[in-house]
Write a protein of this length. Structure first.
Length: 260
């Protein structure tokens, strides 16, 4: 990974005498293996040097990322943006963050509650590059939901499905009924459980409780695969190349034809 400053853009008039003054430096970040590059704007927020993932620099990246090779840029395609991948050794404080995002699919499931932690993590190996941060997942459907709950006893998931069916039964006089008797109850259940989760990242792993796991609650009788968007935000381990996140779409994910 090569980071080469290309030009400086001043945002203030007295930066040399003001440690917190604003100034920007635009850098080209290139992958030596592929030859692809992306342009990153670094925003200076303090005067002393900080050590970033693989290089040292006074400027802290906090602005936007632009492509130098159009829409096929490695970083743009992978949705991996640097807005200060820096770690300060003073007082043990880690500064700045890296962003990574990928869309994945979960295999079709029968109606019920399913433990999907490992299925998700297999598709996001980049998690291991983050020392601290947040792991966010969003399901892109309105008739299935996500929850964080019991990972050991499968009876808990069966009981949850039974309780949801009692809380939101089929056969009520729903106005929305054109997609089958299970459809409107599925929308209500999805509202009750929710569509997203945020989980702390610690030392390259999800910081879950001993008995916690990620649930996919499938509320339809005959659903297809379910799409998720996974977003990682945090501090990369020292020396981690920005291009580690090499693809925005998992090549092993399945295609989904589910409507909701």
């Amino acid at each position: 990974m090569i980071v080469a400053p290309t030009r400086g853009e001043r945002g203030g008039h007295n930066q040399s005498s003001q440690p917190n003054a604003s100034s920007r430096t635009v850098c080209d970040i290139s992958d030596s293996r592929s030859g692809r590059s992306s342009r990153v704007t670094f925003q200076q927020v303090q005067s002393k040097s900080v050590t970033t993932a693989g290089y040292s620099k006074k400027n802290v990246c906090s602005s936007n990322t632009g492509s130098t090779q159009g829409k096929n840029s490695l970083i743009e395609k992978s949705c991996c943006k640097c807005d200060n991948m820096a770690a300060s050794s003073s007082r043990g404080i880690q500064m700045g963050s890296a962003w990574f995002q990928r869309k994945i699919n979960l295999r079709p499931q029968h109606r019920g509650v399913h433990l999907v932690t490992e299925e998700i993590l297999r598709q996001i190996p980049e998690l291991g590059n983050f020392t601290v941060g947040l792991f966010h997942i969003q399901i892109l459907h309105t008739s299935a939901s996500l929850a964080l709950n019991e990972s050991w006893d499968p009876d808990v998931r069966d009981d949850m499905e039974s309780m949801l069916n009692k809380l939101v039964p089929e056969g009520l006089p729903y106005k929305h009924s054109c997609e089958g008797p299970d459809d409107m109850p599925a929308h209500v259940k999805a509202c009750l459980l929710g569509s997203s989760l945020s989980i702390p990242i610690s030392d390259g792993k999800l910081n879950l409780g001993t008995w916690q796991g990620i649930w996919l609650a499938e509320h339809r009788n005959h659903a297809g695969s379910r799409k998720l968007v996974v977003t990682l935000n945090g501090v990369l381990a020292p020396g981690t190349p920005i291009s580690t996140a090499s693809s925005g779409q998992n090549p092993h994910s399945h295609h989904s034809h589910s409507h909701s």
